[in-house]
Design a protein around this ligand. Structure first.
Ligand code: ARG
Length: 588
């Protein structure tokens, strides 16, 4: 059964169609004015009247006539210039409630046309610590993969490690300076390389900044790193063996970090994995005239006449013979086409890379690697400090993701102590709860904004148990869980739902809106609609719980009905939290 809103939309759509007007104009939305009497409205009569060149109120009254006596309609009236206010029939509430309660998806529809969706997110760079920009990509990308999977698409997510650029040359050069005798640097060496890595993750974390600082200060040193990068890319065996070690060491550490964040990837591929595809791709681009020669380099011209600002050509191969970021992205598109065959690929990457993706997408389309519209840059904005500028550490450096997460968990721990939560669950469980609260705080704060909005990183606000925050939502779920436990102890079982009180109606309508929130989140590639939904649901539950006592209700049928409504709410709230990558503890 569709949602109440969709059932009303269908009925209204029929009414419009019967007057030879577009069915879509019958779309019904929740009403803000007087929702207690008329929870829904349809605004289609105004545009319809324009089409039919008649008066909107008069058209609305003709539509109303068609609604008369229909089983879905409780009441309908015309307001203002031609708004149609609607109240669903009472039986719709009870039917929908029974359905949501019985459905393991809590009323969420499944897509009728499942697709294969590739999601490219995370994008950490080997050896460079992850920063706050990578947080947004990870949190947003993870929520998107959950959303698409939940509605029934096949999702393949790929971390797309940055493991092919200059940073690798930096690492090689710096390591060579520290340990010149390592066998990897002996160009004449013919044997097998050791399987033990010559570096730890701590070494990498130290070597990269050292090298990059030296290269900044000294152009000659930068040139050495460049040469090392080119030799690596050209296949120098010792350097390839080192690259493998660097990647393995980094990936082991990244796997721990992402597991701690609760973020999962299907594929742990990197830029270097598609290197074998590059020569063939370049040849093919040249042969078909997709790539042109320009000052010794090979480029793909992607500018279009109607462009507002000039888009530079994509550099496929530099005059020095190196491949660049755009080259590996194109080769990755080819690789994915051959191995996954996605209908849609989403790149969850910083807005600052907009031009890069525009170049890559146009070049891919030009070469026939992807259909128009099949590659999409899901852009996001910056995380700022309280000064409104990009978040920086006190000494002006970039914020490491790991530090950010641990400070959120620490702040969550203090908060729990301040408000006396998770106080008598044991030290170990307390730490687990603090972790969940801390992660929920930063994830929710990130996701609740529309993705292109910049936001200010404010742990005090994010970790508050009041207001629209992750911790508030976890606490809301924990409250219902505790109610369910107490009901169980008292032997109360959920039963047939009867909707009587206004608060029950409101709660049911909040539950009814889940599918619409999902649609919106998917359509915009932005989970903020789910954040809004979870918050509205938690608030509606809280009002319901205050007005409609469950375990102390006088009548057993009433107890059972209210408990069933609470159970359905918990199920949908937990599904919503899961879509955001949040997890609620049993107690707190
Ligand atoms: N490694 C890149 C960075 O840190 C992000 C990679 C994004 N994905 C892609 N296919 N280019 O900026």
């Amino acid at each position: 059964m569709p949602s109440i809103a969709d059932q009303l939309s269908a009925v209204l759509g029929d009414a419009f169609a019967s007057l030879e007007l577009p069915r879509e104009l019958g779309r019904v939305t929740p009403s803000r004015q007087n929702p207690e009497i008329f929870p829904f409205q349809c605004n289609g009569a105004m545009p319809a009247a324009k089409l039919a060149k008649t008066n909107p109120r008069e058209l609305a009254s003709r539509l109303l006539e068609r609604l008369h006596g229909l089983p879905q309609i409780g009441a309908a009236e015309i307001a203002g210039p031609g708004f149609i206010n609607l109240r669903p029939a009472d039986h719709l509430y009870a039917e929908r409630a029974a359905e949501i309660a019985a459905d393991e998806r809590a009323g969420a529809p499944v897509t009728g046309a499942p697709k294969t969706v590739m999601i490219d997110f995370g994008g950490p760079n080997v050896a460079k610590p992850m920063h706050v920009g990578h947080l947004r990509s990870s949190v947003l990308g993870d929520s998107l993969q959950r959303l698409f999977r939940f509605r029934g698409d096949t999702v393949v997510s790929d971390i797309h490690l940055g493991d092919w650029g200059l940073q690798m040359g930096h690492l090689i050069t710096e390591l060579r300076e520290e340990q010149p005798d390592l066998v990897y640097f002996d160009a004449d060496y013919q044997g097998d390389y050791p399987s033990e890595p010559p570096v730890t993750i701590e070494d990498l974390a130290r070597l990269y900044p050292q090298a990059s600082a030296k290269a900044k200060a000294d152009p000659a040193r930068l040139e050495i790193s460049r040469t090392a990068t080119a030799e690596l890319q050209a296949g120098r065996a010792g350097y390839r063996a080192l690259l493998r070690h660097f990647i393995d060491v980094s990936v082991a550490a990244l796997k721990r970090d992402f597991a701690a964040l609760g973020v999962h990837f299907d594929l742990w591929k990197g830029e270097s994995d598609v290197d074998p595809l590059i020569p063939g791709l370049v040849e093919d681009f040249k042969k078909r005239g997709v790539a042109e020669q320009s000052d010794g380099a090979w480029v793909v011209r992607v500018a279009r006449e109607d462009d507002k600002k000039e888009l530079a050509p994509l550099i496929l191969v530099t005059s020095g013979g190196a491949s660049l970021y755009g080259t590996t992205d194109l080769a990755t598109i080819l690789d994915r086409k051959q191995s996954v065959g996605p209908d849609l690929t989403l790149y969850v990457v910083d807005l600052a890379q907009s031009d890069h993706f525009e170049q890559v997408f146009r070049a891919a389309e030009k070469a026939g690697l992807a259909a128009e519209g099949a590659l999409e840059h899901v852009k996001f904005g910056t995380v700022n400090g309280k000064d409104g500028k990009r978040l920086r550490t006190r000494d002006g450096g970039t914020f490491r993701l790991a530090d950010l997460i641990s400070s959120a968990i620490e702040r969550a721990d203090e908060r729990l102590k301040e408000v006396g939560l998770a106080a008598d669950v044991g030290a170990e469980e307390h730490d687990r709860v603090a972790r969940m609260v801390g992660l929920a705080a930063i994830k929710f704060a990130d996701l609740q904004n529309y993705r292109t909005t910049n936001y200010v990183f404010d742990l005090d606000r994010f970790t508050s148990f009041e207001g629209k925050t992750g911790p508030y939502l976890l606490y809301a779920a924990v409250r219902v869980k505790s109610l369910m436990r107490r009901a169980d102890e008292a032997g109360v079982k959920p039963g047939k739902i009867v909707i009587e009180a206004q608060e029950e109606r409101d709660l049911l309508l909040a539950l009814d809106a889940f599918g619409a929130a999902l649609d919106q989140a998917i359509e915009n590639r932005a989970p903020n609609a789910i954040c809004d939904h979870a918050f509205t649901l938690a608030q509606a539950f809280s009002k319901f719980y205050a007005a409609c006592p469950v375990l102390v209700a006088e009548d057993d049928a009433v107890k059972a009905s209210r408990l069933a409504l609470a159970q359905a709410t918990l199920k949908q709230l937990e599904l919503s939290l899961d879509l955001l990558g949040l997890e609620a503890p049993e107690r707190m």
